[in-house]
Design a protein around this ligand. Structure first.
Ligand code: ZN
Length: 183
């Protein structure tokens, strides 16, 4: 059976991006849990989470969990920060194969479609970066930056919005790994 790792960014003593009312670590965990739920309910797949509650997990440990599990795909979920920023973007490692780029395209498109359905938003595009979890994981790895904690706070405060983004991640992962639907 195919295996995927869902990585909820930050946690515990590391809140990630923060605004007046929101903390990145809470939002990434919610999206990640919705992703896991939708995958488990609908597809034949083994899912592992790097965290399932508000605990600190080092970047090193996140990569180690993924490598030990021998996942087919690693997806790290984040919320962006920048006072004036808005929109969605995704990242893969700067020096990676064609397979990872294909997966990024599939996942990006799926999340983009969910965001368009929610209202207007800025598509910031498919990007590359030398991020630790992308570099240190042995399998195709994608990091999503799901809107911005300040300007996009209204969307991010909605539970149904977070669920839709989680479901979109699950659908994208299912397409990447060609998962069989549960009967
Ligand atoms: Zn982050």
């Amino acid at each position: 059976m195919k295996k995927t790792i869902i990585d909820a960014g930050h946690g515990g003593e590391d809140p990630g991006a923060v605004s007046e009312k929101l903390r990145e670590k809470d939002l990434t965990l919610k999206i990640a849990l919705y992703t896991e739920e939708h995958l488990k309910n609908n597809y034949e797949v083994e899912v592992k989470m790097t965290r399932r509650n508000d605990v600190f997990v080092s970047l090193n440990e996140r990569a180690r969990i993924a490598n030990r599990f021998k996942a087919d795909l690693f997806v790290s979920i984040h919320i962006n920060s920048s006072i004036n920023g808005t929109g969605f973007e995704s990242f893969i490692y700067t020096d990676t194969g064609e397979q990872t780029l294909q997966f990024q395209k599939i996942l990006h498109k799926e999340i983009e479609a969910a965001l368009v359905a929610e209202g207007t938003f800025k598509n910031r595009g498919l990007k590359t970066a030398n991020y630790f979890v992308l570099r240190k994981t042995n399998m195709p790895a994608i990091l999503t930056e799901n809107l911005f904690i300040d300007l996009d706070a209204e969307y991010l405060s909605s539970e149904s919005f977070l669920k839709n983004i989680g479901v979109a991640h699950a659908r994208g992962i299912a397409k990447c790994l060609n998962l069989q639907e549960k009967i």
